[in-house]
Design a binder for this molecule. Structure first.
Ligand SMILES: [Zn+2]
Length: 63
């Protein structure tokens, strides 16, 4: 089960192929090769990566 690495919420909406949106902390998640990539949507609509905030373990998907 996929959960948000930032807030641990499982309240994720699917927005595309391997792309999810966290309704709890409003970040975008995408899944690539078993890793969760995190992005914050800025006010001007650009995406900035939040991956530096999380360890590899936190961004791994546990099946
Ligand atoms: Zn979240």
């Amino acid at each position: 089960m996929l959960s948000c690495p930032n807030c641990k919420s499982k309240d994720l909406g699917k927005i595309g192929v391997n792309q999810y949106y966290c309704w709890s902390c409003f970040i975008e998640l995408s899944v690539n090769k078993g890793k969760i990539l995190t992005h914050q949507v800025e006010e001007d609509g650009t995406l900035s990566s939040l991956d530096d905030l999380f360890s590899d373990d936190e961004r791994s998907i546990i099946m």
